[in-house]
Design a protein around this ligand. Structure first.
Ligand code: GDG
Length: 473
């Protein structure tokens, strides 16, 4: 029987070395939840890096066997490979360019490219050990752009889907990358190339047809007689999980505590990974402008800001963290009173129950990335608003803004307009909040993660059928 192989840089697990053995905890991230129904059924598997360096072969075997019980297959990477392929090429070249941060943050080191190519080949070899004709392979994200092409060269007829979780930039940005043609060629090894938004898909078609001698018609690029379909598949969340969480005892207690703590104040919530693409500093400037232009909100509003540590070994991220610390310190020092701190800043991760209580309680959720493929936090806020009130302020640069059109949409570079959006949100009548939130909840529930997985898998099948019927003509 044919099977599906999911491939991503990271396996959805955390592994802890424990008394000479290993302890494995599966992660509950959005992608893992959505793909759970796929990789846990039949002979299907998920293949990726387990997240820790295991150099010893006997230990690798031990990890491999433990993961096999959970339908997971590890690709072991050395510290040098992680540094060149993941930190160097993926996070210092692809991530900034794909998020429209040119030159300053890009480091086009040849050795990073060599590691990136070598690790993509390593993934290909691992896939080839388990793939059989008739199988479907679904590859995820920017760390594995070469993988579809490498697999195609080995197994010309196998079904391959590729999905990019971050934005695909316009051609003028993408062309800066020294290895741009090789990257596009790699992606075009897939039968179906998926993005969060229509714009990302158009940018990809534009780059592919300008860099390589392939023709396109509508959303199909023909690669040596093989049609490759390029489409947008906006990723959803497990909306039912977020709604159900709000009814659990623990979340109810935490929500009560929050309500009591902030009883005469409006709570504005932001949750982001530490990243320059998330617009954290610009948002702080806007909040400061609000306090300065509208003294009536002093002691009446709190910005509850969770920044989750991420890539903090990279110098740019360290610097960003210092700038955020300084800005928060500044705002609090200048505006705080004995009973009130304008910014409640946390630099750590929290359990999902705490996030749920915050989502459920916060009057406003402020999501203002400079660029974001989708942004799931905005959808999680909407899914947690079972009481149907609350206001979402959302950047037009997040993929989610194409779907959540009833949010207050802002340009995150326009500090003034973000401050005005906060005033609008703080004063929005309840009936208007409900009207908007109901519409957004319909979108989040209809286009949830199950729907996303289903339509992507169905589309791979349809593309394969189309290719077969073209061949038999
Ligand atoms: C990439 C793209 C795209 C956050 N803090 C905590 C925590 N989180 C969870 C959130 C949410 C997830 O992390 C973050 O997802 P985002 O979509 O907001 O952002 P990225 O991590 O940058 O994800 C993005 C996504 O891929 C999917 O395609 O939307 O554009 O950049 O689920 O809830 N979870 C827990 N504790 C925290 O403190 N448990």
């Amino acid at each position: 029987m044919s099977k599906t192989i999911i491939v991503s840089n990271r396996l959805p697990v955390k592994i802890y070395a424990d008394d000479g053995g290993f302890n494995i905890v599966t992660s509950e991230g959005g992608l893992a939840t959505g793909l759970g129904s796929v990789y846990r059924s039949g002979d299907n598997v998920w293949l990726g890096w387990p997240g820790i360096e295991v150099a010893d072969e006997a230990q690798q075997e031990q990890v491999k066997q433990k993961l096999a019980e959970k339908s997971l297959v590890p690709v072991f990477l050395s510290a040098d490979e992680i540094s060149g392929y993941y930190e160097g090429f993926s996070n210092e070249i692809l991530w900034p360019i794909f998020h429209y941060y040119a030159s300053t943050y890009s480091n086009y080191k040849q050795s990073n490219w060599e590691y990136y190519s070598a690790v993509n080949k390593k993934f290909m070899a691992a896939v080839m050990q388990i793939a059989e004709p008739g199988d479907t392979i679904w590859i995820h994200d920017y760390q594995l752009l070469l993988l579809p092409g490498l697999i195609r060269a080995e197994q010309p007829d196998i079904s391959i889907g590729f999905f990019l979780h971050i934005p695909f930039p316009s051609f003028e940005m993408f062309r800066l990358i020294p290895w741009r043609s090789e990257l596009i060629e790699g992606m075009l090894g897939a039968d179906l190339v998926g993005f969060h938004t229509f714009d990302d898909a158009s940018h990809f078609i534009n780059a592919a047809t300008r860099l390589l001698p392939y023709n396109s018609s509508s959303n199909i690029i023909t690669v040596d007689d093989r049609p490759v379909v390029v489409e947008s598949f906006p990723m959803g969340i497990d909306d039912e999980k977020y709604a159900a969480l709000t009814t659990t005892e623990r979340v109810k207690q935490e929500a009560e505590h929050l309500k009591e703590t902030f009883k005469d104040k409006k709570l504005i919530l932001c949750i982001d990974r530490l990243d320059y693409s998330k617009g954290i500093l610009q948002r702080l400037q806007a909040f400061e402008m609000l306090l300065e232009a509208h003294p009536e909100y002093r002691e009446k509003v709190v910005l509850h800001m969770i920044v989750v540590p991420s890539r903090d070994g990279v110098p740019q991220y360290k610097e960003l963290k210092q700038n955020i610390d300084r800005k928060v310190g500044d705002i609090n020092a200048r505006h705080r009173t004995i009973d009130w701190s304008p910014v409640n800043y946390f630099y750590r991760a929290f359990p999902i129950e705490t996030l749920s209580a915050l989502y459920h309680t916060a009057d406003i959720c402020l999501v203002t990335p400079m660029r974001d493929g989708m942004n799931l936090v905005s959808k999680e806020y909407v899914a947690s608003r079972t009481q149907e009130t609350g206001v979402l302020i959302l950047s037009e640069m997040a993929g989610a803004s194409k779907e959540l059109i009833d949010a207050i949409i802002v340009n995150p570079s326009n500090i003034n307009s973000m401050a005005k959006a906060m005033v609008k949100a703080l004063n929005m009548p309840v009936f208007e909040q409900r009207r908007r939130m109901k519409l957004m909840r319909q979108v989040v529930s209809k286009f949830n993660i199950k729907h996303w997985v289903r339509i992507f898998m169905e589309s791979i099948k349809e593309v394969k059928q189309m290719q077969q019927s073209m061949r038999s003509r």
